[in-house]
Design a protein around this ligand. Structure first.
Ligand code: SF4
Length: 428
């Protein structure tokens, strides 16, 4: 388990502490003195059982059983772990706990999107979003409370970074969503409609999880925060999500979105192996420097070369390039043509997601017109690259892309400008 103490941020430094400082070898202290097992891999659970008094063989066996109950069955009470000796269950409950993030508020959009405002045990708010579609259900997971980066179109970017989420707080979002959707075995999954797989989704490579009858079929690390700035915890959480004895979600169903933290990208492919999405949003240095300021550190060419080198990318597993449509900023015909040229120049197995901008209070941008977005999409399609326009989801509950922001953090335009200026000064 990663040591989350004092992990340095490469690149832009925000003068706010990053990790939860009291986490030691993955164990987050609780007020009641018990150890929360969520977020810990099986070998670490076995170590803790052994440290609590079991002999090594027993500890290993119990860890295997408990792991299965936690991640495969979604059980939160040791008393329900029926293949563990009755006398052992209270022993476990006295020493260990099975946590879930606390829910502060749950909202339902008219389009079926659900958003949860969650709270960490030390009192920080963060959000997760579930987006149901006809053929899949996607959970958008947060990796940090706030964000150090200041992408100018993103509401989360107006928050300061409070801290990295722990592996338990990240995987806890997936578990909470499965609780809410009633998707653990014996839950409501069997009554859910059968989901038809898309053509590029029919190959499961790990675990036993299939989309049949499932509501939650895909995970995107696209919530609050830059996941590659919290790499170890994101990796450890996603390994739990992919573990065949637990949640068993295939890496093909998981996408990690980065604003372009180039030095971490190859590591992400090698150590996690999930699909990659890149927040590109502009094709010229001038515009990308403005709207995705990390571009000043890792430029477009460097970023696209890192994409070309991304382990596992292929025509079957294309890299998604996200492009938010901002009126008179990045939406000209020349921009679309340059995007095609760049993607071809780097021989990228690419698809482009065009995202109509979701305005938020205080923003300086407007969304491109529907005609402009349509033309932009056509030019990319004519260049031989898929460029669907994403339908905004959950706008009525501020759950749409780039809108995640805890209510307590709402700011005026002047405050937003001041915060961006502060963050940019730190980046300079
Ligand atoms: S787009 Fe992502 S990386 Fe950029 S500010 Fe928003 S949350 Fe942070």
């Amino acid at each position: 388990m990663a040591d989350t103490n004092l992990m340095p941020i490469p690149g832009h430094i925000d003068p706010v502490p990053l990790p939860r400082a009291d986490v030691v070898e993955g164990v987050t202290p609780r007020d009641d003195g018990r150890i929360d097992l969520i977020g810990l891999p099986r070998p670490r659970i076995a170590e803790l059982f052994e440290a609590a008094g079991l002999d090594r063989k027993q500890a290993k066996l119990r860890a295997k059983q408990v792991f299965h109950w936690l991640y495969h069955r979604g059980v939160t009470d040791f008393a329900e772990m029926t293949d563990i000796a009755k006398a052992m269950r209270p022993w476990l409950a006295e020493r260990f706990a099975v946590g879930r993030p606390a829910i502060v508020e749950a909202q339902h959009s008219v389009d079926g999107t659900r958003k949860w405002l969650l709270q960490t045990a030390d009192g920080h708010d963060y959000e997760m979003v579930f987006i149901p579609d006809a053929d899949r259900g996607t959970l958008c997971v947060s990796s940090q409370v706030g964000c150090t980066l200041n992408c100018r179109f993103c509401h989360t970017g107006t928050m300061r970074l409070v801290r990295n989420l722990t592996a338990g707080e990240i995987v806890g979002q997936v578990m909470l969503a499965r609780d809410a959707l009633g998707e653990w075995p014996n839950g409501a999954a069997s009554q859910a409609p059968t989901i038809v797989l898309r053509a590029d989704d029919d190959e499961e490579d790990e675990g036993s999880y299939t989309s049949d009858g499932r509501l939650l079929t895909n995970i995107v690390m696209m919530g609050m925060g830059e996941p590659l700035y919290n790499f170890d915890n994101v990796r450890d959480a996603l390994k739990l999500v992919m573990d065949g004895d637990g949640l068993a979600l295939s890496k093909r169903r998981i996408t990690l979105s980065t604003s372009g933290i180039v030095p971490q990208m190859a590591k992400c492919g090698e150590e996690i192996g999930v699909n990659l999405a890149v927040s590109l949003h502009a094709v010229t240095k001038e515009v990308r420097d403005e709207i995705v300021p990390i571009n000043r550190k890792y430029g477009i060419e460097e970023l696209l070369q890192a994409c070309a080198d991304y382990p596992g990318a292929s025509n079957a597993r294309r890299i998604t390039f996200e492009y938010v449509m901002l009126k008179d900023k990045n939406d000209r015909d020349e921009d679309a043509r340059e995007l095609v040229r760049l993607l071809k120049h780097y021989k990228l197995p690419a698809k482009v997601n065009l995202i109509p901008f979701n305005p938020w209070p205080g923003t300086q941008y407007e969304c491109s017109t529907p005609e402009r977005i349509r033309r932009f999409s056509e030019i990319i399609f004519e260049g031989g690259i898929s460029a669907p326009v994403r339908t905004p989801r959950g706008r009525d509950i501020d759950a749409a892309c780039g809108q995640l922001k805890t209510a307590a953090e709402k700011k005026s335009r002047a405050e937003v400008d001041r915060l961006f200026a502060e963050k940019e000064a730190a980046l300079a």
